[in-house]
Design a protein around this ligand. Structure first.
Ligand SMILES: NC(=O)C1=CN([C@@H]2O[C@H](COP(=O)(O)OP(=O)(O)OC[C@H]3O[C@@H](n4cnc5c(N)ncnc54)[C@H](O)[C@@H]3O)[C@@H](O)[C@H]2O)C=CC1
Ligand SMILES: CC(=O)C(=O)O
Length: 376
């Protein structure tokens, strides 16, 4: 198969879809890899690094998209890339379609085979291709929150850990999965007072065991969220219902109850955001806005700011699945691997991931039905 790696074009997105080690894995398996010139530069990989691993370097995104049978990316295609969509092109990347109607319509209309990293799910419920970026974003959320709590950055001017004689800041994390746990590790490590809420009682038990009394766990419900948010200096949104639009758990009134100069980092913005006052996606170039006196941060590609770490971590987990697609073709690969099958969001013009269809109010067609006359 011919694999294509275009340069990412989202604001300050410095990751790239494959490392030279990933290129080498595809070449060893007998495939061709086309990489757009300078695609890896933001992650510290030169064209020479990719050529040495066996890639062919092409001058433009257009050539890569047109010649490749499978595009291996990081972020969802932007409107400038929609013109490259064509029937049976395999698109292997983060997609987050639930809040992205236009992209979903384009993928349907052009009959792209759209496989979303974030919904590849093993039988135990884990999301192996989301996990490393959630680890990165969870850890970043606390360092970003700490920075925006500083007065020169618009915050109320508190140090997360406090100092002897002065209480630490209160970090409230809604969602205790991978992002939430990694945020908690950083916040606890810095000496903050931490409250974490989740709807899953077993998850709260695990967190209680893991942190040995160094944070407070709370069942996630309207009442408890309101109580915790009122007292939060830093609020981190970290919920996920796989594939679906994030539930708006923190209402505008709850945000109004926060003291001025508090900070919100809504990591769940890629699924539409979990906080009512997060009404826009922000960028690494303009990461924040202030509403009701509270600094809001809602960047949908947080790991793009630490691309060296993130590209390697992402490529480590995408390669085994990408290789199955390249070696066997889509039909055999997804028939033999249920985790990979759960990654398919759009196929043959149909939305085949139910939570995406429900979020966008589009017809849902089960994967097996959509597979009938697929050519790849
Ligand atoms: N902005 C960015 O750059 C990035 C965003 N993310 C996003 O962060 C979000 C969280 O991802 P993960 O931690 O990997 O997901 P996860 O599946 O590991 O954890 C989500 C947690 O939310 C909990 N949850 C569900 N409904 C809830 C509710 N009503 N109240 C409280 N908790 C609830 C679940 O029980 C689960 O523990 C996702 O939207 C993911 O796409 C991940 C990486 C980067
Ligand atoms: C998960 C995701 O969307 C990201 O890493 O940018």
């Amino acid at each position: 198969m011919i694999i294509g790696v275009p340069k990412e074009i989202k604001d300050n997105e410095n990751r790239v879809g494959l490392t030279p080690a990933g290129v080498s894995a595809y070449i060893q398996a007998g495939h061709r890899v086309l990489v757009e010139t300078q695609a890896g530069i933001g992650s510290g990989f030169s064209d020479e690094d990719f050529s040495a691993a066996g890639a062919e370097i092409l001058d433009s995104a257009e050539e890569v998209w047109q010649q490749a049978e499978m595009i291996c990316k990081v972020k969802e295609p932007l409107p400038a890339e929609y013109k490259f969509f064509r029937e049976n092109l395999i698109l292997f990347t983060y997609l987050h379609l639930a809040p992205e109607r236009e992209l979903t319509e384009q993928l349907r209309a052009k009959k792209v085979v759209a496989i979303a990293y974030e919904t590849i799910q093993t039988d135990d419920g884990s999301l192996p291709l989301l996990m490393p970026m959630s680890e990165v974003a969870g850890r970043m959320s606390v360092q970003i929150g700490a920075q925006f709590l500083e007065k020169p950055h618009g915050g109320k001017g508190v140090l997360l850990g406090g100092v002897p004689g002065v209480p630490p800041a209160h970090v409230v994390i809604v969602g205790g999965g991978i992002v939430g746990t990694n945020a908690a590790k950083m916040a606890v490590g810095l000496g903050a007072q931490v409250t974490i809420l989740d709807i899953n009682a077993n998850r709260l038990r695990e967190l209680d065991d893991l942190f040995q009394g160094r944070l407070r766990t709370l069942m996630s419900n309207h009442y408890n969220i309101a109580q915790a948010v009122k007292d939060a200096d830093l609020l981190i949104g970290a919920v996920l219902i796989p594939g679906a639009r994030a539930p708006k758990l923190v209402t505008e009134d709850m945000v109004k109850s926060m003291s001025p100069g508090s900070v919100i980092v809504d990591v769940a913005i890629d699924q539409g955001g979990s906080i009512e006052t997060v009404d826009r996606i922000t960028t690494h170039s303009e990461p924040t806005y202030v509403k009701h006196g509270v600094v809001h941060y809602a960047v949908a590609n947080m790991p793009g700011a630490v691309p060296r770490t993130s590209t390697i971590a992402l490529s480590n987990v995408t390669i085994p699945y990408g290789l199955q697609l390249a070696n066997k073709g889509v039909r055999a690969a997804i028939t033999q691997n249920r985790a990979l099958a759960r990654g398919v969001n759009v196929l043959n013009g149909h939305v085949v991931y139910e939570a995406v269809a429900t979020s966008l109010n589009l017809p849902y067609v089960p994967l097996e039905d959509a597979l009938h006359d697929l050519q790849v």
